[in-house]
Every structure is written in structure tokens, then in C-alpha cells.
Design a protein around this ligand. Sequence first.
Ligand code: BES
Ligand code: ZN
Ligand code: ZN
Length: 464
Amino acid sequence: MPAAIVPVFEGRKEERFGAGDLCDAGEITGKPLELTLLHHPPGVAATRVLLVGVGKAEKLTPGDLRKAVGAAARHLKARSVKKFAFAATPECNTADYLSAAVEGAILADFEPDRYQTSNDKKTLEELVVAGAPDEKAVSRGRILGEAQNFTRVLVNEPGNLLTPSKLAEAARQMAAEFHLECEVLEQPQMKELGMGALLGVAQGSAEPPALIVVRYRPAKAATQAHLGLVGKGVTFDTGGISIKPSENMEKMKYDMAGGAAMLGAMRAIAQLQPPIAVTAFIPCVENMPGSRAQRPGDIVTAMSGKTIEVINTDAEGRLILADAITYARRQGCTHLVDAATLTGAVSVALGHLNVGLFSNDDGLRDRVLSSAKQEGERMWHLPVEDDYKDYLKSPFADLANVGGRHGGASTAAMFLKEFAEGTPWVHLDIAGTAWQDDNKPFLSKGPTGVAVRTLVRLATGWKD
Ligand code: BES
Ligand code: ZN
Ligand code: ZN
């Protein structure tokens, strides 16, 4: 094997591989993400041993290990080492750690350079997990890592190449490959269903909208619950007539990250086969200021019957989600989770570190939060009490689509809550976390694929 990745713990001297001297000298400390590459180390078959610090043994979480293995894999990849083994130690030989290690390596492999034409691209070719591995855990890690990368590939696609129809086509392909049912609602059906909020956003673009529905049904359900996953699929957000400034507008190709996260989650769910029905709903539009575009002041009627005054056409995500949420409820979903790059305001509140989480149901909220914690995805609960409705008052319609300058992430969530009505619902605002501007040692810059692992954990760990 060209290389073995070996975790080293802080405060514990590594005596193998002739590393003892380096520990004594203070070069190897075991601090998180510290990397030491040893060539031709004594006592092992591998040509190289890459020691990666993972911090104190008693504090090690699967999330720490995911990052450590990711950083090690990227270090090796940068040196053209494409095949390596991960040597599990007794501290990290349980299922969650092994899955995380495999995920770390697979996530480390993604690069956003698909459209660069050079032919010397480096990719990882082989990962072996050594040391009595649990095959099921390794396979779960592979499924999750690949699902998250599938999401990242979609999010990275530019708006000209990934239109609503193309996103629907990608969903159809994925569904066929993993034996899921896929249905795509088009404009005439949307009209029939009265999806005025979604159609209002779509009308400014020459690209037709699509509502992607992907269904997973278990062979044997262990629950009556039916989980609905609703993801924002704006393939490009110019802002519409309330047009965005040109600076950074190119980033608005990632405004379908919520939808892509749902497709990634469905891809993994299809393989892991949890005993609960799960359906993904992804309303897809391009938000453009074309000659037929909706105007500020327009009033649209949503599928639920509520009328909406469109004050700002750039607050389009909540409009398309409103109709998708109503549709999901009518399709019999008993629990809803949506993910959306919904507001700039969530980054003002939480920076780029935490997903903003809102809910009308404490039970579902706690389950999503604990799934997130187990998966090492940071999410923070923010308020969406009914009092926020006051911010959304319109003199002309049932509600306005924006709520003024203050509390933008909460007023956006409040808007969605009006359409979730009595159904237990969690909203994840991933605008601050779905894209990262800089490389991390363990993850390339670009799309992160946030929320995929949490959603899969929620489904696979479902208990009534
Ligand atoms: N897609 C944006 C939100 C966004 C902003 C995502 C930055 C990622 C990075 C959304 O459609 C939007 O434009 N929201 C407005 C709402 C405002 C008009 C109330 C915003 O956040 O500025
Ligand atoms: Zn917008
Ligand atoms: Zn948007």
C-alpha cells in the first residue's frame, strides 16, 4: 500500500514507525489536524505513514475523525498518492467512527474544478479500512460520503447548465439508478393545482419551472409517519425585478442547495432502506427579471388559498416553498423538514458556522438537532413565534413576502410556518453554510453538501 493514515492522540506518545523521537522533540504533538508524513517507516508494509493528530483520546468525536481523515486524504492527494489505508485504532473502531472516517476520505476527494480542462487532475482511487472493520459501517460511510458529494456536484453546476429542467433530469436519473419513484410536475399541472406563488416566481424566466417529487417507500414500514423533505431549487437567483447587485451575483447558482441536499439524502435513503416513507419535494425555478416577470406589489394566490403581496421579488424562495409545503401536506406527509438558502440574514445572525433551525414542534426540532449533533453538522435553534406574523402584515393581501429590516431569518421562517399550518415542521436556513469561500484542510472550497447527513440520520433513526 502506498500509504497508511494513522491517528495520533494528544498526550500519548506514538512509539511505532520510529516516531518516538519526533514526539520527544515536540514535532508530533497529536493536536487536531497536525500532519506528519513518514517515508519508509520501520515495521510496516506501507511505503508511507501519514500520522494525523486527532486531539485528546477521551474527547474524540466521529466529527473530529471525519475532519482528520479528510485532511490526511487531501494531503496525500496533493502529493499524488491515490491509494491508502486507514488504520483504525481501538478508540475509533466503532460503527460511527468508521463511517465518519470513510466519509472524511470521500468528502476530501471532491473538487469544484469539473469544467477546467487540464488532464492532470488528481482523484483518490482506493481506500482500505484496516483493523477489524465493521463492513456495514464502512458501507454506510461510503453511501453517505457519495450522497453528499452528489449534492455538491449539483450545487456547483452553473445556472446555464443546470436549469430547472436539467435538475429534474438529474433527479430522474438518480431515482432510476437507485430504484426510487420520480415524478416531475410541469406548468400546466401547477396551474391546475393553483400554485400561484411558485408560478409567479417562474414567470420572469424563459426556463419553465419544475416540481420534482421523489418517493421512497419501505418494503415494510415500521411507522405510519411519512417524512416530507422540501428543498429550495432556485437554479439561479438574480433577484428578479428587485434585482441583486452584480457583486457576487455569480454565487447565486448555489440557490438550489436545499433541493440538491434533498436529492442527496434520498440517494442515501434508497440504499440504507429505513422503515419509514420519505418523499422529497423540490420546487425548481430560475428567478429572472424577464418581460413577463412579476412586479413588486403583485398579489398572488398560493395553493393553500392564502393571498400574498410580493413586496420584494428577491424573496422568492419562500414563495416557491409555500406551494411545495402545501403540496407535501396534501400528499399526506405527517412531518416536514425543509432546507433552503433562504436569507442573507441567517449569516448575519450565525456567520458561516451554523445552520439556522426553526420549528413549530419541539419534538421534531429536538430530533433534527440530535441527528445533526451525531453527524457533526452544526445547527442552532432560532425563534419563529407567532408574534413574528406582525412583521408580515400587508394592507392588501393575507400576508407580505418580506418583513422589513429586522429579524430577517425569523420573518422568512414565519412566512413558511404559515403554510406548514398544523403539520410538525422544521426549517433549515442553509444560506450561510451551503457554500464555503475558502479551502479547509479537510474540504475543498465551494459547495459543502450541508444537511444531507442530518436528514439521512433523521430518517434512518426514526422512532415514533
Ligand atoms: N437566495 C437569497 C438568499 C441568499 C443570500 C442565499 C446570500 C445565499 C447567500 C434569497 O432569495 C434572497 O434574496 N433573500 C433576500 C430576502 C430579502 C429580500 C427579504 C435576502 O436575504 O436579502
Ligand atoms: Zn432571492
Ligand atoms: Zn434565493
